[in-house]
Ligand binder design. Structure first.
Ligand SMILES: Cc1cc2nc3c(=O)[nH]c(=O)nc-3n(C[C@H](O)[C@H](O)[C@H](O)COP(=O)(O)OP(=O)(O)OC[C@H]3O[C@@H](n4cnc5c(N)ncnc54)[C@H](O)[C@@H]3O)c2cc1C
Length: 493
């Protein structure tokens, strides 16, 4: 095992699926749950829960097996075995996705293909500012490996201690530094992919220029595991900034926050690396459920902006620029108050406050999530009119509104009224509330998915709202690259 080429026939000629998977990856890496029947892997009913239930606890499926290959050739063999046995595959990385794309359905027939054992850093080329890593590498481990060479891998999000590079690329993740460095797509130069035929596409490349035909890399990035399995990627690195400063400011409206963003862009230029917005209720949820997190500029009644500046010249220069900006903003009446972190620990606490919002809202109960993208200029009018429309529709509903204002991405989530049953609220109101929010998004020239993807959660919404020609082309691409519907069926398209 392990040295067959990708184009040779699969290791079994049609025998039992589980035995063939065991042959491909070894018995200890095929996990089966209660009643699955291979007799291998974890004992009945244990160990599979983490693979079968999503982070939000919204989707709970049942897998035929969870398979954990250890290298690209084993991934190719698993794909061949599953194709032969007509078992559909659900690729899975860190399983932190928020749209149900990596959770098996409840048929008990799907094979979860976990990439977590593909976790090697293959190469770091400091002169070329690139790093080639396997898909199961945890994002934080990649950041740390770059930092060990005084280099920066700038993708950063609250799930970075658990999510994987493969999942980041499959969902084209965004995070907190998009306004300076772009989404995961912009941070990737090449991918290695196992196709539906079990072949290995060797697309790893450290080239910043390569015009040799269709861009297959960009086809797989953002395809959410529906076109192929990403097994490795070559990532872009950047020089580590000489200083990074973080500040928190309060203002009374999204209008002011957008005006502050324009001022910060003008004053800080490319050194502006983060610009996050939080409404008062988001911060109240953190105070309620995670009281150990410090809350500067508290109590808060309006909006808060978390602002980060990364300077190449050094701490003194950065401090002076940031303080001048905040002084000008106070003078212009754009902000009410501001606090600049005076050391790394304080900066981390400010980011922790922002990144704790998803955890705090999960503690409050299920809510109706909207990860939306809008032109920055239209965000204030979107918030004003949609808040009003929702209150008119369901008085007392609570809006957890936060996000990456710098790149136009809001997490505009609707929580049940205080004291109301969250599950019943979701069940009864979700589709009507989605219609109000997504109609408003479209009216403001936005997108129904900014950075989390489509998965299962937004598949039907996409079918209704995507341009018909684009949707038709997407379906033709899916049929061409995965004609038997092996990968992640019923997700995205
Ligand atoms: C607290 C929290 C905060 C978050 N913040 C952000 C944020 O700021 N920005 C953001 O963009 N996202 C955010 N997310 C969402 C999520 O973390 C990202 O989408 C992340 O990129 C998913 O990576 P993963 O390894 O967990 O992927 P999974 O959840 O395992 O998979 C996600 C999708 O990709 C597919 N997939 C996974 N690995 C592969 C592979 N190797 N090849 C092909 N397909 C694959 C799966 O089938 C699934 O459809 C957040 C999530 C949480 C829980």
């Amino acid at each position: 095992m392990g040295n067959r080429t990708a184009t040779q026939p699969p290791p079994t000629g049609g025998g039992d699926l589980l035995n063939a998977l065991v042959q491909a990856v070894g018995e200890s890496h095929v996990l089966t749950g209660s009643g699955s029947g291979s007799g291998s892997g974890t004992p009945s009913g244990t160990g599979l829960e983490a693979y079968e239930r999503d982070w939000r606890k919204r989707y709970h499926g049942r897998a035929r097996a969870v398979v954990r290959p250890g290298n690209t050739q084993e991934v190719a063999q698993v794909v061949q075995v599953c194709a032969l046995h007509r078992a559909t595959i659900v690729p899975q990385g860190g399983h932190t996705g928020l749209v149900g794309g990596g959770t098996p359905d409840d048929s008990g027939t799907q094979v979860v293909l976990s990439l977590q054992r593909l976790n090697r850093i293959r190469e770091l080329d400091a002169d070329n500012l690139t790093m080639t890593v396997e898909a199961g590498c945890i994002l934080q481990a990649v950041q740390e490996a770059a930092a060990a060479h005084q280099l920066l891998f700038p993708l950063s999000l609250a799930a970075e201690g658990s999510c994987t590079i493969g999942g980041n690329l499959a969902t084209n993740a965004g995070g907190t530094q998009v306004l300076r460095y772009g989404n995961a797509r912009e941070l990737c130069l090449g991918v290695e992919v196992v196709t539906a035929e079990g072949q290995v596409l060797q697309g790893l490349s450290g080239l910043r220029k390569d015009n040799t035909g269709y861009d297959l890399r960009d086809l797989y990035i953002g395809s959410e595991g529906t076109l192929g399995i990403i097994t490795a990627a070559t990532l872009k690195l950047f020089p580590m900034p000489a200083a990074t400063l973080t500040a928190l400011a309060t203002c009374t409206s999204p209008h002011q926050a957008v005006a502050l963003l324009a001022l910060a862009r003008a004053r800080l230029g490319a050194t502006l690396t983060g610009f996050e917005l939080m409404n008062a209720f988001s911060r109240e949820l953190v105070a309620r459920h995670l009281p150990q997190i410090p809350q500067p500029l508290w109590p808060v009644s309006g909006w808060s902006v978390l602002l980060e500046q990364s300077d190449d010249e050094g701490p003194a220069q950065a401090q002076q620029r940031l303080e001048t900006l905040l002084g000008a903003a106070l003078e212009a009446g754009l902000i009410e108050d501001a606090a600049v972190a005076s050391n790394l620990a304080q900066a981390r606490e400010l980011w922790h406050l922002r990144e704790a919002i998803p955890l705090a809202q999960a503690e409050e109960g299920l809510n109706i999530k909207h990860d939306i993208s809008l032109p920055v200029s239209r965000i204030p009018s979107f918030i004003e009119s949609t808040d009003a429309a929702l209150q008119a529709f369901h008085p007392g509903c609570r809006l957890v509104n936060f996000g990456h204002l710098g790149d136009g991405n809001l997490h505009y989530n609707v929580q049940a009224p205080e004291g109301a049953q969250a599950a019943a609220f979701l069940h009864d109101q979700e589709s009507a509330i989605n219609r109000i929010v997504y109609d408003a998004v479209q009216a403001h020239g936005g997108s129904i998915s900014a950075e989390h993807g489509i998965g299962r959660l937004k598949r039907d919404e996409l079918a209704q709202r995507k341009d018909a020609v684009a949707l038709g082309l997407m379906k033709r691409l899916k049929a061409a690259l995965d004609p038997d519907g092996l990968f992640n069926p019923n997700r995205v398209v």
